[in-house]
Design a protein around this ligand. Sequence first.
Ligand code: 5GP
Length: 220
Amino acid sequence: MLLLYVNPLLSPMSKAAGNVFVVVAPSGAGKSSLVNALLAQDPKLCLSVSATTRAPRSGETDGKDYRFVSKDEFVAMRQNNQLLEWAEVHGNFYGTPRDQIEQAIHQGRDILLEIDWQGARQVKRLFAQTIGIFILPPSIQTLEQRLQQRGQDSQAVIARRIEAASEEIMHAPEFEYVIINQDFRIALAELAEVVAVARLRYNSQSAKNEGLFASFGLTT
Ligand code: 5GP
């Protein structure tokens, strides 16, 4: 079951300097590796660290990969209006903390969210400048192999994730860009290209170069 909540008190923000990138993929498509490699080579991009009630996998660090919280802490975050959106995915709760994304946008920094398709839909509604990127695996068999090789989830969890993957993939048409992660280096280069192109959009350029645009009599 998948539940989703969106903070109704937030009004849509259309004019802001920072770009919002939402990267969505089924488990095992290589999303986190791609995103981590992108962040390592692009200091202007920051990551939205989600809160989750899921247990940490080996190698995951609290505050870097996720904010790992108890169910009670998650409920408190929800009640205190600290989450922009939240969802129940694979039996665990996940949510986007509101402060870091709003701060980044207002400071003109670009922020990337690794969330599920329902969260992406809501974020797009809240931030008009959102760019949606969907990562596809080269085949469903590759997806299964990758989940098995990762060795971090039980067989039952893997089976559930593969089933969910097909559902997630059905939402790829909702995204502006699709990257097929067959060759990691090519996929990373394509991801970086999408980010670079998004930064050249009129709204992004005019917000970041207000003085220059005004000097030409251009609207910002
Ligand atoms: P995982 O447990 O494999 O790290 O993530 C499971 C799913 O939850 C992935 O599709 C991931 O993108 C999604 N997810 C992670 N954080 C968030 C969040 O803050 N909000 C939403 N809606 N989904 C999230």
